[in-house]
Design a binder for this molecule. Structure first.
Ligand code: ATP
Length: 332
């Protein structure tokens, strides 16, 4: 059953030189309980897309078009108050990149969790605090630490506390925005496992944002590849890893280590991401694409289906295997 249906969403930021088209005609739907990865380089628009769902956007942002249907409610039409009451935390929660910034430094972490629970539920403060203590225990934090202030927490512990907050009301959808990038590598895996375990327990759907292909391949059912504010390819995780059709996805795959291949040579994608103020006509990846031809510079590609929910925005997606073979021959 579909939980979230985003259609041709445009979320732009006002800047001195015009509108930054951070999300530009992005469409994405998510089933209940499903985990979808949003993957792409820094600045491709992953965070903007996710934050649009709960309209947690900065003042200079505007949703310029499209729709966001969350479980039958059109999010773009809700007032701020309705959003706070009906959607944020209770139905859709967010684990930010850096949990320390997510907490208010002047209240204890426990007080903040209690505040969120009692705002949404008819529960006493004592009961809410007990729930916070249980969540801490589940997440491997000493329950007495609910009385600590955010600055008394290590980065890993703050991230766990943020997971506790994000899951406290058993939301239907969790937005995890690079939830482990601020942490050291050893803790990263443990936190990812914790998020997955807790998510399965409450059976919520999740959008996992990352620039790291190896993270999404391990944790997601489907992967949406974001480039220049658009979803350029989407498919189940296995297809994106093994049979991608967009040259950008191929590039991303080559830029990340593979757990099953220690000797893999990592090749970064040459060039820089597009100017989102004036992206112009044509495919936004054309200037960096090894396979671009005239049409790619002139006509913006539409999403084309390749079976089983696999969709690709590329004029040359049909020929991708041949193009790869030719490129491999040339390089030897
Ligand atoms: P990262 O991984 O670095 O967070 P991202 O893929 O999540 O990147 P966004 O943060 O959504 O990308 O940014 C998309 C584009 O919007 C970028 O070009 C960025 O510079 C621009 N942008 C983000 N926030 C603002 C803002 N408040 N005002 C103007 N432009 C912004």
């Amino acid at each position: 059953m579909t939980l979230l249906d985003i259609n041709e969403l445009k979320t732009y930021y006002r800047a001195d030189d015009g509108w930054v088209r951070a999300t530009d005609d992005a469409s994405l739907s998510i089933e209940r309980g499903e985990t979808v990865g949003l993957v792409g380089e820094s600045g491709s628009g992953k965070t903007t897309l996710a934050k649009s769902i709960i309209r947690l956007l900065p003042d200079n942002a505007e949703i310029k078009g499209g729709s966001i249907d969350f479980d039958g409610t059109e999010v773009t039409e809700l007032s701020d108050r309705q959003l706070r009451k009906q959607i944020r935390w209770s139905e859709v929660s967010m684990i930010p990149q850096n949990a320390m910034n997510g907490f208010d430094p002047v209240y204890t972490v426990g007080e903040q969790i209690v505040e969120v629970i009692t705002y949404h539920e008819d529960t006493s403060k004592a009961e809410a605090k007990e729930r916070a203590r249980e969540l801490f225990d589940d997440l491997g934090i000493d329950p007495d630490r609910v009385d600590d202030y955010p600055h008394q927490f290590s980065g890993g512990m703050a991230q766990r506390a943020m997971i506790a907050l994000a899951l406290a009301l058993s939301p239907s959808l969790v937005l995890a925005d690079e939830p482990t990038t601020a942490l050291d590598v050893v803790i990263q895996d443990r936190i990812l496992d914790t998020i997955k375990e807790m998510q399965e327990e409450i059976n919520s759907a999740m959008i996992m944002i990352t620039h790291d292909m190896s993270v999404v391949s391990e944790t997601c059912d489907r992967i949406a590849v974001v480039y220049g504010g658009r979803i350029v390819e989407i498919a189940d995780a296995e297809t994106i890893i093994s049979n991608p059709r967009h040259p950008y996805t191929l590039g991303l795959r080559n830029a990340f280590p593979d757990i099953s291949d220690d000797d893999k040579e990592l090749i970064s994608i040459p060039g820089t991401p597009p100017d989102l103020v004036d992206p112009g006509e044509g495919c936004r990846f054309a200037p960096r694409c090894p396979f671009a031809q005239e049409e790619c510079w002139e006509v913006t590609p539409e999403a084309e289906p390749y079976g089983d929910g696999h969709e690709v925005e590329c004029h040359r997606a049909d020929e991708i295997e041949l193009l790869q073979e030719e490129a491999a021959k040339k390089s030897t």
